[in-house]
Write a new protein. Structure first.
Length: 202
């Protein structure tokens, strides 16, 4: 009896281990393609947006694009390209801390560009909804994001303060994205200019 019980337990172990192996193989199926599939889906969606921006994707593409124009405003023309680049950056770096931080900084920069677009078109916009409706229809301005930023900052800091805050935030975002010190670049430019003037005198 004991021998039979041992055989049964051994058979059960083999069966359970074979099932685990099958499950692990199923989970491994196509796992190496997940990143590439995500990239291609993102590219397809971004391509739809780009085509919709220029009225080349039928009525659906036109509405789809207009919704994004209503959200981001004029910079919607570059948003699809940014989406592709950010997706590639995050997936290639496996959502590392630096990649996530840089992606967030790019989003902040896009928001500031939306605000700049809104300042150019209508600095005295009354609400984010008004800005979104205008951008939805005319494909310009700052959309809901840019309009909302301008309305909020204008209310508390005035026009000059809004321009200053948006400009400095954009500068800081660019500096951190490219990891280049603006002051260092200006210093280097000043040194090279001074050296060039000395050479001319000699």
């Amino acid at each position: 009896m004991s021998t039979n019980n041992r055989k049964r337990t051994t058979a059960k172990k083999r069966t359970s281990s074979s099932k685990k192996n099958r499950n692990s193989k199923k989970q491994e199926d196509f796992s190496s393609f997940h990143t590439e599939v995500a990239i291609w889906i993102t590219v397809a969606l971004a391509a739809l947006l780009i085509l919709g921006n220029f009225g080349l994707c039928g009525q659906f593409g036109k509405v789809f694009s207009s919704v994004f124009f209503g959200t981001f405003g004029f910079i919607q023309y570059i948003v699809p390209i940014v989406i592709i680049l950010l997706t590639g950056l995050l997936l290639a770096n496996q959502f590392s801390s630096l990649a996530v931080k840089k992606s967030l900084l790019v989003i902040v920069l896009l928001c500031m560009l939306s605000a700049i677009s809104q300042m150019i078109v209508d600095f005295d916009c009354k609400s984010a909804f008004e800005a979104a409706a205008y951008s939805f229809s005319n494909h310009t301005g700052g959309g809901a994001i840019g309009g909302g930023i301008c309305v909020f900052l204008h209310k508390f800091f005035g026009k000059a303060g809004t321009v200053l805050i948006v400009g400095v935030t954009s500068m800081i975002s660019l500096m951190l994205i490219f990891e280049k010190s603006v002051l260092k670049l200006l210093r280097e430019a000043g040194i090279s200019t001074a050296e060039a003037s000395r050479e001319r005198k000699l």
